[in-house]
Design a protein around this ligand. Structure first.
Ligand code: HEM
Length: 234
C-alpha cells in the first residue's frame, strides 16, 4: 500500500472514530458488519459486477481498454490522480451501481415524525426501505433501463454522491455511506487495473452471450453465480 493511500485510510478511520464517539459502538459495528461484512464486500461486489458486465458486453470492454491505453500507454499503472481522465471508466462504475446496487434497499431508516410525501402519509416510527434497485430499473427515469449502457452517463452530468436522487447507491444526506470516498477510489482503481492489463475469457468454455447475470437479493445484492473468468495478460 502506498503512503498516500495509507494516510487516506488513517484519516477515514479517525473520522469514523469521531462518529463512534457520539453513538453506540455495538450498533455501529453491527451496521458495519451488515453493510460490509468483510470490510470490502460492497466494493468487491461492485468490481465483480462491473467486470461481468464488461465481459458480457465486449464492445464496452474494448472501449474501456482503449481509453486506458490512450492515457496510460501499455505499462503505466493507474494512480488516484488519473481517475478524472477516464470519463468512460467513471460511466461504467455509475452504470454498474445503477443496475446492481450492493445495498438494494440502502439500510433501514425510521421516520421520526409523520410525513406527507407525494400524496402518501408515512406514519411516525415507520420503517423505511428505499428500493434503489427498482429506481435503477425504472423506465420513467432511464431509457432502456435493463441494458448496460455506460454511455448514458457521458450525456448527463449525474453522480452518485447524494445530489441526484435517481442514483443513490450510497444513500444521501446525513446518513450517506461514510465509506463513499474510499469505495469510489478503490472501485475505479481496481477495475481499471484489471481491464488495462488483462483480457478476460470465461471459464468452462462459456460464451459472453450465455453468461448467467442473475442476482441474489438480501440486505446486500450479489451475483447468483460467482464470476469465473480467466485473465490473459495483454
Ligand atoms: C461500492 C461500495 C459501497 C456501497 C455501494 C455502500 C453503500 C452504503 C449504503 C447504501 C449505506 C446506507 C446508507 C443509508 O443509511 O441510507 C452505507 C452505510 C455505511 N457504509 Fe457503505 N457502501 C460501500 C462501501 C463502504 C466502505 C468501503 C466502507 C468502509 C470503509 C463503508 C462503510 C459504511 C458504514 C460504516 C455505513 C453505516 C453508516 C451509518 O451508520 O450511518 N461502506 N453504505
Amino acid at each position: 500500500m502506498d503512503i498516500g493511500r495509507a494516510a487516506f485510510i488513517t484519516e477515514l478511520v479517525c473520522g469514523v472514530m469521531e462518529v463512534v464517539g457520539k453513538s453506540n459502538i455495538a450498533d455501529y459495528f453491527l451496521v458495519l458488519r451488515l453493510v460490509d461484512p468483510q470490510g470490502i464486500d460492497t466494493t468487491s461486489s461492485t468490481v465483480e459486477w462491473a467486470l461481468a458486465e464488461l465481459i458480457n458486453n465486449p464492445e464496452k470492454m474494448a472501449k474501456a481498454q482503449d481509453e486506458l491505453e490512450e492515457v496510460l500507454g501499455k505499462d503505466r499503472l493507474i494512480q488516484e490522480v488519473d481517475i478524472s481522465k477516464f470519463p468512460f471508466l467513471q460511466a461504467i462504475v455509475k452504470e454498474t451501481l445503477r443496475l446492481h446496487p450492493p445495498a438494494p434497499f440502502l439500510l433501514p431508516h425510521k421516520a421520526e415524525t409523520e410525513v406527507e410525501m407525494c400524496g402518501f402519509t408515512v406514519p411516525k416510527n415507520a420503517q423505511i426501505l428505499v428500493n434503489v434497485w427498482a429506481m435503477g430499473r425504472d423506465s420513467s427515469i432511464w431509457t432502456n433501463p435493463d441494458l448496460f449502457m455506460p454511455e448514458r452517463f457521458l450525456e448527463q452530468d449525474i453522480d452518485f454522491k447524494g445530489q441526484y436522487f435517481e442514483l443513490i447507491p450510497f444513500g444521501a444526506g446525513r446518513r450517506i455511506c461514510p465509506g463513499l470516498p474510499l469505495a469510489n477510489r478503490m472501485v475505479h482503481l481496481m477495475l481499471a487495473s484489471l481491464v488495462h492489463f488483462f483480457n478476460w475469457k470465461l471459464a468452462d468454455e462459456m460464451n459472453p452471450e450465455n453468461m448467467d447475470m442473475s442476482e441474489t437479493f438480501g440486505l446486500t445484492l450479489h451475483r447468483a453465480k460467482p464470476l469465473r473468468a480467466i485473465p490473459i495478460r495483454v
